[in-house]
Ligand binder design. Structure first.
Ligand code: C2E
Ligand code: MG
Ligand code: MG
Ligand code: MG
Length: 292
Protein backbone atom coordinates (compact mmCIF):
# COMPACT_ATOMS: atom_id res chain seq x y z
CA UNK A 1 0.00 0.00 0.00
CA UNK A 2 1.03 3.54 -0.59
CA UNK A 3 -0.07 6.49 1.47
CA UNK A 4 -2.37 8.98 -0.16
CA UNK A 5 -1.93 12.70 0.09
CA UNK A 6 -4.41 15.21 -1.25
CA UNK A 7 -5.34 15.30 -4.90
CA UNK A 8 -5.20 11.52 -5.21
CA UNK A 9 -1.43 11.56 -5.20
CA UNK A 10 0.34 8.47 -3.92
CA UNK A 11 3.23 9.51 -1.83
CA UNK A 12 5.38 6.69 -0.53
CA UNK A 13 5.38 3.05 0.32
CA UNK A 14 4.77 2.16 3.95
CA UNK A 15 7.90 1.16 5.85
CA UNK A 16 6.91 -2.48 6.18
CA UNK A 17 6.26 -2.68 2.46
CA UNK A 18 9.63 -1.51 1.24
CA UNK A 19 9.81 -2.41 -2.42
CA UNK A 20 11.72 -5.62 -3.07
CA UNK A 21 14.60 -5.66 -5.54
CA UNK A 22 12.36 -7.06 -8.26
CA UNK A 23 9.87 -4.26 -7.70
CA UNK A 24 12.63 -1.71 -7.94
CA UNK A 25 13.80 -3.30 -11.18
CA UNK A 26 10.25 -3.15 -12.49
CA UNK A 27 9.90 0.50 -11.47
CA UNK A 28 13.19 1.31 -13.15
CA UNK A 29 12.06 -0.31 -16.37
CA UNK A 30 8.75 1.59 -16.12
CA UNK A 31 10.68 4.80 -15.52
CA UNK A 32 12.79 4.26 -18.62
CA UNK A 33 9.72 4.22 -20.80
CA UNK A 34 7.75 6.88 -18.99
CA UNK A 35 9.05 9.85 -20.97
CA UNK A 36 8.26 8.38 -24.35
CA UNK A 37 4.86 7.23 -23.11
CA UNK A 38 4.25 10.82 -21.94
CA UNK A 39 3.37 9.78 -18.42
CA UNK A 40 4.90 12.79 -16.69
CA UNK A 41 2.97 15.91 -15.87
CA UNK A 42 3.44 19.00 -13.78
CA UNK A 43 1.34 20.27 -10.95
CA UNK A 44 1.55 23.93 -9.97
CA UNK A 45 1.42 25.55 -6.57
CA UNK A 46 0.87 29.32 -6.21
CA UNK A 47 3.39 31.62 -4.58
CA UNK A 48 1.88 34.69 -2.95
CA UNK A 49 3.48 38.06 -2.33
CA UNK A 50 2.59 39.23 1.16
CA UNK A 51 2.74 42.93 0.37
CA UNK A 52 0.35 42.91 -2.56
CA UNK A 53 -1.49 39.71 -1.58
CA UNK A 54 -1.23 38.62 -5.18
CA UNK A 55 -0.05 35.44 -6.77
CA UNK A 56 3.33 36.25 -8.25
CA UNK A 57 4.55 32.81 -9.12
CA UNK A 58 3.98 29.10 -9.32
CA UNK A 59 6.26 26.22 -8.50
CA UNK A 60 6.16 23.40 -11.02
CA UNK A 61 6.19 20.02 -9.29
CA UNK A 62 6.74 16.76 -11.11
CA UNK A 63 4.15 13.96 -11.11
CA UNK A 64 4.21 10.56 -12.78
CA UNK A 65 0.97 9.07 -13.98
CA UNK A 66 1.97 5.44 -13.56
CA UNK A 67 -0.17 2.99 -15.53
CA UNK A 68 -0.63 0.67 -12.51
CA UNK A 69 0.24 2.66 -9.39
CA UNK A 70 -1.65 5.84 -10.24
CA UNK A 71 -0.37 9.35 -9.74
CA UNK A 72 3.05 9.28 -8.09
CA UNK A 73 4.73 12.13 -6.22
CA UNK A 74 8.49 12.63 -6.64
CA UNK A 75 9.57 10.80 -3.51
CA UNK A 76 8.25 7.58 -5.04
CA UNK A 77 10.67 7.73 -7.95
CA UNK A 78 13.09 10.66 -7.72
CA UNK A 79 15.76 8.63 -5.93
CA UNK A 80 15.66 5.98 -8.60
CA UNK A 81 15.67 8.61 -11.34
CA UNK A 82 18.81 10.13 -9.83
CA UNK A 83 20.60 6.81 -9.33
CA UNK A 84 19.96 5.81 -12.92
CA UNK A 85 20.69 9.23 -14.40
CA UNK A 86 17.19 9.28 -15.87
CA UNK A 87 16.63 12.49 -13.93
CA UNK A 88 18.57 14.36 -16.61
CA UNK A 89 16.16 13.79 -19.53
CA UNK A 90 13.19 13.92 -17.15
CA UNK A 91 14.20 17.27 -15.68
CA UNK A 92 14.90 18.52 -19.20
CA UNK A 93 11.29 17.71 -20.01
CA UNK A 94 10.18 19.51 -16.83
CA UNK A 95 12.08 22.63 -17.80
CA UNK A 96 10.64 22.71 -21.31
CA UNK A 97 7.11 21.96 -20.18
CA UNK A 98 7.19 24.58 -17.41
CA UNK A 99 8.44 27.23 -19.85
CA UNK A 100 5.83 26.26 -22.41
CA UNK A 101 3.10 26.53 -19.79
CA UNK A 102 4.38 29.83 -18.43
CA UNK A 103 4.44 31.38 -21.89
CA UNK A 104 0.98 29.97 -22.65
CA UNK A 105 -0.54 31.44 -19.47
CA UNK A 106 0.95 34.80 -20.29
CA UNK A 107 -0.47 34.62 -23.82
CA UNK A 108 -3.87 33.75 -22.33
CA UNK A 109 -3.75 36.92 -20.27
CA UNK A 110 -3.26 35.21 -16.93
CA UNK A 111 -0.48 37.61 -16.07
CA UNK A 112 3.24 37.41 -16.02
CA UNK A 113 3.75 34.62 -13.52
CA UNK A 114 7.15 33.58 -12.39
CA UNK A 115 7.51 29.83 -12.87
CA UNK A 116 9.87 27.99 -10.54
CA UNK A 117 11.52 24.75 -11.62
CA UNK A 118 13.47 22.42 -9.33
CA UNK A 119 16.88 21.52 -10.68
CA UNK A 120 18.49 18.24 -9.79
CA UNK A 121 22.05 18.53 -8.46
CA UNK A 122 23.18 16.03 -11.07
CA UNK A 123 21.77 18.18 -13.81
CA UNK A 124 23.12 21.39 -12.40
CA UNK A 125 26.65 20.05 -12.36
CA UNK A 126 26.50 19.00 -16.01
CA UNK A 127 28.08 21.31 -18.49
CA UNK A 128 25.09 21.71 -20.77
CA UNK A 129 22.70 23.19 -18.26
CA UNK A 130 23.06 26.75 -19.53
CA UNK A 131 22.38 25.64 -23.13
CA UNK A 132 19.42 23.64 -21.91
CA UNK A 133 17.87 26.62 -20.17
CA UNK A 134 18.60 28.96 -23.07
CA UNK A 135 16.94 26.54 -25.51
CA UNK A 136 13.90 26.08 -23.26
CA UNK A 137 13.48 29.85 -23.11
CA UNK A 138 13.96 30.27 -26.85
CA UNK A 139 11.58 27.55 -28.01
CA UNK A 140 8.86 28.54 -25.54
CA UNK A 141 9.13 32.29 -25.79
CA UNK A 142 9.11 32.41 -22.00
CA UNK A 143 10.55 35.62 -20.60
CA UNK A 144 13.86 34.78 -18.91
CA UNK A 145 13.02 36.97 -15.93
CA UNK A 146 9.90 34.86 -15.36
CA UNK A 147 11.86 31.67 -14.92
CA UNK A 148 13.26 30.75 -11.53
CA UNK A 149 15.56 27.82 -10.93
CA UNK A 150 15.44 26.24 -7.48
CA UNK A 151 18.72 24.83 -6.29
CA UNK A 152 19.29 22.81 -3.16
CA UNK A 153 21.83 23.64 -0.51
CA UNK A 154 23.61 20.47 -1.51
CA UNK A 155 24.39 21.98 -4.88
CA UNK A 156 25.99 24.97 -3.23
CA UNK A 157 27.89 23.02 -0.64
CA UNK A 158 31.48 24.07 -0.48
CA UNK A 159 32.54 27.13 -2.38
CA UNK A 160 33.45 25.96 -5.82
CA UNK A 161 34.55 28.22 -8.65
CA UNK A 162 32.85 26.05 -11.23
CA UNK A 163 29.51 26.31 -9.46
CA UNK A 164 29.77 30.09 -9.30
CA UNK A 165 30.61 30.20 -13.00
CA UNK A 166 27.64 27.96 -13.75
CA UNK A 167 25.33 30.19 -11.74
CA UNK A 168 26.66 33.34 -13.33
CA UNK A 169 26.05 31.96 -16.80
CA UNK A 170 22.47 31.18 -15.82
CA UNK A 171 22.05 34.62 -14.33
CA UNK A 172 23.38 36.10 -17.57
CA UNK A 173 20.40 34.56 -19.34
CA UNK A 174 18.15 36.63 -17.09
CA UNK A 175 16.71 33.82 -14.97
CA UNK A 176 16.54 34.03 -11.18
CA UNK A 177 18.01 31.54 -8.74
CA UNK A 178 16.70 30.43 -5.37
CA UNK A 179 17.85 28.09 -2.63
CA UNK A 180 15.23 25.47 -1.80
CA UNK A 181 14.65 23.92 1.64
CA UNK A 182 16.90 26.53 3.15
CA UNK A 183 18.11 25.73 6.64
CA UNK A 184 18.11 21.95 6.31
CA UNK A 185 21.39 21.47 4.51
CA UNK A 186 24.86 21.34 5.94
CA UNK A 187 24.91 25.09 5.79
CA UNK A 188 28.16 26.77 5.71
CA UNK A 189 26.45 30.12 5.67
CA UNK A 190 29.37 31.78 3.94
CA UNK A 191 28.25 30.37 0.63
CA UNK A 192 25.16 32.53 0.34
CA UNK A 193 27.08 35.72 -0.10
CA UNK A 194 29.39 34.15 -2.66
CA UNK A 195 26.60 33.11 -5.00
CA UNK A 196 24.40 35.19 -7.29
CA UNK A 197 21.06 34.33 -5.66
CA UNK A 198 17.67 36.04 -5.57
CA UNK A 199 15.68 34.14 -3.03
CA UNK A 200 15.84 31.86 -0.01
CA UNK A 201 13.02 29.37 0.46
CA UNK A 202 12.59 28.58 4.15
CA UNK A 203 12.07 24.86 4.58
CA UNK A 204 8.57 23.89 5.58
CA UNK A 205 9.73 22.01 8.69
CA UNK A 206 10.44 25.36 10.37
CA UNK A 207 7.13 26.83 9.21
CA UNK A 208 5.24 23.80 10.51
CA UNK A 209 6.60 24.29 14.03
CA UNK A 210 6.22 28.06 14.06
CA UNK A 211 3.33 28.14 16.52
CA UNK A 212 4.59 25.44 18.86
CA UNK A 213 8.36 25.70 18.98
CA UNK A 214 10.07 28.99 19.91
CA UNK A 215 13.30 27.84 18.28
CA UNK A 216 11.49 27.42 14.95
CA UNK A 217 10.34 31.02 15.18
CA UNK A 218 13.87 32.11 16.02
CA UNK A 219 15.23 30.26 12.99
CA UNK A 220 12.60 31.69 10.68
CA UNK A 221 13.27 35.19 11.97
CA UNK A 222 17.00 34.71 11.52
CA UNK A 223 16.63 33.47 7.94
CA UNK A 224 14.38 36.40 7.04
CA UNK A 225 16.82 38.91 8.56
CA UNK A 226 19.81 37.25 6.98
CA UNK A 227 18.11 37.21 3.58
CA UNK A 228 17.17 40.86 3.79
CA UNK A 229 20.61 41.97 4.92
CA UNK A 230 22.01 40.18 1.87
CA UNK A 231 19.33 41.76 -0.36
CA UNK A 232 17.61 38.45 -0.97
CA UNK A 233 13.90 37.82 -1.07
CA UNK A 234 12.59 35.27 1.41
CA UNK A 235 9.76 32.83 0.72
CA UNK A 236 8.29 30.50 3.35
CA UNK A 237 7.19 27.05 2.21
CA UNK A 238 4.53 24.80 3.67
CA UNK A 239 2.16 27.40 5.11
CA UNK A 240 -0.89 25.45 6.22
CA UNK A 241 -2.47 27.62 8.89
CA UNK A 242 -3.60 31.17 9.25
CA UNK A 243 -1.54 31.58 12.43
CA UNK A 244 1.62 30.66 10.51
CA UNK A 245 0.73 33.16 7.82
CA UNK A 246 0.17 35.90 10.41
CA UNK A 247 3.53 35.22 12.06
CA UNK A 248 5.37 35.22 8.74
CA UNK A 249 3.69 38.47 7.82
CA UNK A 250 4.69 40.14 11.05
CA UNK A 251 8.24 38.86 10.67
CA UNK A 252 8.49 40.57 7.29
CA UNK A 253 8.59 37.48 5.11
CA UNK A 254 8.20 38.44 1.44
CA UNK A 255 6.35 35.50 -0.04
CA UNK A 256 4.55 32.34 0.99
CA UNK A 257 3.49 29.05 -0.50
CA UNK A 258 1.51 26.20 1.03
CA UNK A 259 -1.68 24.18 1.39
CA UNK A 260 -3.33 27.14 3.17
CA UNK A 261 -3.60 28.70 -0.28
CA UNK A 262 -3.57 25.66 -2.51
CA UNK A 263 -2.01 22.26 -2.95
CA UNK A 264 -0.07 21.73 -6.15
CA UNK A 265 -2.75 21.20 -8.81
CA UNK A 266 -2.89 20.38 -12.54
CA UNK A 267 -2.33 23.25 -14.96
CA UNK A 268 -6.00 23.55 -16.02
CA UNK A 269 -7.13 23.70 -12.41
CA UNK A 270 -4.40 26.20 -11.63
CA UNK A 271 -5.59 28.54 -14.38
CA UNK A 272 -9.12 28.36 -12.97
CA UNK A 273 -7.91 28.89 -9.42
CA UNK A 274 -5.86 31.84 -10.55
CA UNK A 275 -8.75 33.60 -12.24
CA UNK A 276 -10.85 33.03 -9.11
CA UNK A 277 -8.33 34.03 -6.45
CA UNK A 278 -4.96 34.97 -7.76
CA UNK A 279 -5.38 38.28 -9.48
CA UNK A 280 -7.45 39.96 -6.85
CA UNK A 281 -6.84 41.23 -3.36
CA UNK A 282 -7.04 38.02 -1.44
CA UNK A 283 -4.33 35.99 -3.11
CA UNK A 284 -6.49 32.94 -2.53
CA UNK A 285 -6.44 33.30 1.22
CA UNK A 286 -9.67 33.31 3.16
CA UNK A 287 -8.27 35.97 5.47
CA UNK A 288 -5.74 38.60 4.55
CA UNK A 289 -5.86 41.33 7.13
CA UNK A 290 -2.59 43.15 7.35
CA UNK A 291 -0.50 42.92 10.46
CA UNK A 292 1.53 45.79 11.76
P1 C2E B 1 10.24 21.05 -2.88
O1 C2E B 1 10.85 21.62 -4.10
O2 C2E B 1 10.70 21.57 -1.57
O3 C2E B 1 8.68 21.24 -3.08
C1 C2E B 1 7.78 21.48 -2.05
C2 C2E B 1 7.10 20.20 -1.61
O4 C2E B 1 6.31 20.48 -0.49
C3 C2E B 1 6.15 19.63 -2.66
O5 C2E B 1 6.14 18.21 -2.53
C4 C2E B 1 4.81 20.21 -2.22
O6 C2E B 1 3.71 19.45 -2.65
C5 C2E B 1 4.97 20.15 -0.74
N1 C2E B 1 4.14 21.16 -0.07
C6 C2E B 1 3.81 22.39 -0.49
N2 C2E B 1 3.06 23.04 0.41
C7 C2E B 1 2.90 22.20 1.45
C8 C2E B 1 2.20 22.29 2.71
O7 C2E B 1 1.58 23.30 3.05
N3 C2E B 1 2.29 21.21 3.52
C9 C2E B 1 2.96 20.08 3.19
N4 C2E B 1 2.98 19.06 4.05
N5 C2E B 1 3.61 19.96 2.01
C10 C2E B 1 3.58 21.01 1.16
P2 C2E B 1 6.25 17.26 -3.81
O8 C2E B 1 5.49 17.84 -4.94
O9 C2E B 1 5.93 15.88 -3.36
O10 C2E B 1 7.79 17.34 -4.19
C11 C2E B 1 8.76 16.85 -3.32
C12 C2E B 1 10.15 17.24 -3.77
O11 C2E B 1 10.49 16.61 -5.01
C13 C2E B 1 10.30 18.73 -4.06
O12 C2E B 1 10.46 19.45 -2.85
C14 C2E B 1 11.54 18.73 -4.92
O13 C2E B 1 12.70 18.65 -4.12
C15 C2E B 1 11.39 17.43 -5.68
N6 C2E B 1 10.89 17.73 -7.04
C16 C2E B 1 9.62 18.02 -7.43
N7 C2E B 1 9.56 18.25 -8.76
C17 C2E B 1 10.82 18.12 -9.22
C18 C2E B 1 11.43 18.25 -10.52
O14 C2E B 1 10.78 18.57 -11.53
N8 C2E B 1 12.78 18.03 -10.60
C19 C2E B 1 13.52 17.71 -9.50
N9 C2E B 1 14.83 17.50 -9.67
N10 C2E B 1 12.99 17.59 -8.28
C20 C2E B 1 11.66 17.79 -8.13
MG1 MG C 1 11.21 23.41 -4.74
MG1 MG D 1 11.33 23.13 -0.69
MG1 MG E 1 11.78 19.57 -0.38
Amino acid sequence: LAKSIGGGTWRFFAADMRPRASQTAQLESDLRGALSRQEFLLHYQPQIDLRSNRVVGAEALLRWQHPQHGLLAPDAFLGLAEETGLIVPINEWVLNEACRQGAAWRAEGLGDLRIAVNLSPIQFRREGVETLVREALRTSGMRPTSLELELTEGILLGYDKQIVTQMQSLRALGVTLSVDDFGTGYSSLSYIRSFPLHRLKIDRSFVQDLGSDPSALAIVRTIIDLGHILHLQVLAEGVEEESQLALLRSEGCDEVQGYYFSQPIPSEAFAVWLTQHGLGEAGGAPATEKEH
